[in-house]
Design a protein around this ligand. Sequence first.
Ligand code: NAP
Length: 541
Amino acid sequence: MNSSEATAPPKKVKVDAVVIGAGFAGLYAAYRLRGMGLSLRAFERGQDVGGTWYWNRYPGASSDSESWVYAYTFSPELEQEWEWSCRFPGQAEILRYLQHVATRFDLRRSFDFGTRVTRAIYDDASQRWRIQTDQGEEVECRHLITAVGCLSAAQVPTLAGLEDFNGRWFHTGEWPHEGVDFSGMRVGIIGTGSSGIQSIPVIAREAAHVTVFQRTPNFSVPARNAPISAAHRATLKKKIMEIRETCRWSTIGQPYDWRDVDALSEDPTALRRQFEADWKKGGFEWMFGSYRDLMVDPKANTLAADFVREKITEIVKDPDTARKLTPQGYPIGTKRLPLDMGYFETFNRDNVTLVDLRETPIDTIVANGIRTSERTYPLDAIVFATGFDALTGPLTRLNIYGRDGEPLAAKWSTGPQTYLGICTHGFPNLFMITGPGSPSVLGNMPTSIEQHVDWICDLLGHLEATGASLVEPTPEAELVWGAHVKALADATLFPQTDSWYMGANIPGKPRVFLPYIGGFGAYRKVCDDIAENNYEGFRIE
Ligand code: NAP
């Protein structure tokens, strides 16, 4: 950059809408907004499209939703022409899909890649947002649409001595694009959430030795990934509309739902048979297509938890390792249930060691490894599978300032306040795709995303049609929604557990259940009713 460029005032551009993010949400938002004839600028900090699947390139990263539902539905042609290879596609295949979508619908031309939004400021006088980027540009827009994902703000814990470590370290959510060759290395992996549970078996097959540092043992159920047979593919293509319609109205945006039976009223032999059959089938259905009282009745939940505990004891050969791996003291499913491809089996390998951090906590990181209260584990690399500042983190880190310069982070300092998880009072014409207070992470993400984008676009269409320029939820509607979201969560077992759903993984984060747990179909109906009722709860002028 020469000196005249360095001192040049920012370029100023005016558009109807700005979108932040080029993952599933941002791409579809760009597609719809362009289709409505709105002028658009879109920004993405990565060098290309993909979002979650651009950043999470860790070994073993794959979808936990079946490929045939983990996809867009807006284009029947796209649906018919794209062929998934298997039930749970890996990161590279999903990224290829999103790249294909971007190319097929010519979406990249709306995006500035490698560009981070550094600030968004609402100007009450002009009723416009001013968006600033790290490329020195300033864009004015009427509508600001965030498509920044729910799990995109990576969290590396503060551990003494990390700066002294002589090896390389990585966070699963910010994985090097060139990949990492672990062969011959001693690798330490911290964290046993979904990212750890997916990556540990794969890294263990490659590395000389893997040491897993586990704080809380996790439940996990088998994914049972497999190629899609020709016959299955043909059925899927024929039935895709039906499958998608079921997803749209189901509890978690999947083509199944809770069975109309309580585990507690089921005959024990039948219950066992059912759990076994679902275990063999694999996937989330084991829990979320199962007995309807599992997540609300502690006794029912224990039946499911005990089944998985037994499986761990059966699979893991060393009794002490099995004991350490067995979750106790919190209901199954209240931490996001991982799907695995041989996770527990991995601890039968000679080159895998489990360290229980509850028994021997990490003392410090040292130049050659990790020192616990018991001993030092020599390591060449450390993988942090330690999660994210979920749902609120990606938004509060954007530096969004609403009316009167109020920072979003300040407004949400005691927990997020939203209406429908889409808008927040004091921040007119800000639309959050899968924001806190919406089903988002409790549903199949593409289903959640399409519903939000479609609903937001309908609202923008309503503004255009009525000549209105401003939309903002009333403080009353927001309060009522917040209380509703909380009441729904409190009727379940979820708030009992320390999880990222509760913000418990981030030091100092308020303990609030973040997503809407009333079910995706029920939520869709609420959104539809509000729209039909002249956007009840919003001030539109
Ligand atoms: P996570 O579920 O938050 O798990 C983080 C893990 O790191 C936990 O085991 C946690 O232990 C541990 N940890 C955090 N800080 C620690 C510290 N200071 N010392 C020791 N251990 C520490 O994160 P994640 O595995 O990245 O998954 C986050 C979410 O992303 C998932 O739940 C899922 O929704 C999504 N995801 C989806 C997929 C998929 O669909 N295929 C794959 C990966 C991730 P504690 O339990 O004790 O806090």
